[in-house]
Design a protein around this ligand. Structure first.
Ligand SMILES: Cc1cc2nc3c(=O)[nH]c(=O)nc-3n(C[C@H](O)[C@H](O)[C@H](O)COP(=O)(O)O)c2cc1C
Length: 162
């Protein structure tokens, strides 16, 4: 692909989210830039998770995932979830979380978030798998805060290479 592809995608400047999930007592989550709504009725949302990530390892057994939209005040969470891996550290001992539907860990310090029931996981052969969620609960904070975007996080060194 020519350089234009990377540049067009960079100019989309995707909002940054943290995706979390759990299987029994095991919890995991990572910073994600690949995500989009993909159905209106029912309300569905897709996230793409790298096959290298600790989070990927929980997808088979997980019933729910939570998607957290990061704001400026959440920069330290972006670093925790984007640069460290559950293979080596327990990210949830370094932040405040509660249990949501299906036991999914919900990050207390992120005010805009929703929980989705896992509908499907599709591996089309690339380095990420597509997880489609049906939104079941959502919480929204005050409008107007600045959302963290890819351009704010490009200097982070990911816990895993894609
Ligand atoms: C700016 C940025 C965007 C990222 N986007 C994604 C993504 O869309 N999907 C993904 O699986 N990982 C993505 N990552 C990588 C993971 O967040 C990172 O490797 C994390 O440390 C993996 O944690 P885990 O091994 O505990 O799951 C991104 C990282 C950064 C810094």
């Amino acid at each position: 692909v020519n350089d234009g592809f990377d540049e067009v995608v960079a100019r989309m400047d995707s909002a940054m989210v943290i995706v979390t999930t759990s299987v029994g007592p095991k919890r995991s989550g990572c910073l994600v830039g690949f995500h989009s709504q993909c159905s209106i009725d029912p309300p569905r949302y897709a996230v793409w998770i790298s096959k290298q990530n600790h989070t990927f390892g929980l997808l088979d057994g997980a019933s729910h995932l939570a998607v957290h939209l990061l704001e400026e005040s959440n920069q330290s969470l972006a670093e925790l979830f984007g640069t460290t891996t559950g293979d080596r550290v327990d990210k949830f001992s370094a932040c405040e979380s509660s249990r949501g539907p299906g036991g999914v860990p919900v990050l207390d310090d992120v005010v805009n978030r929703f929980v989705g029931r896992k509908v499907s996981v599709t591996d089309e052969g690339g380095d990420h798998v597509c997880v489609v969620l049906e939104a079941v609960t959502a919480q929204v904070g005050p409008a107007g805060a600045t959302v963290l975007r890819l351009s704010d996080e490009v200097d982070l060194d990911p816990g895993h290479q894609a």
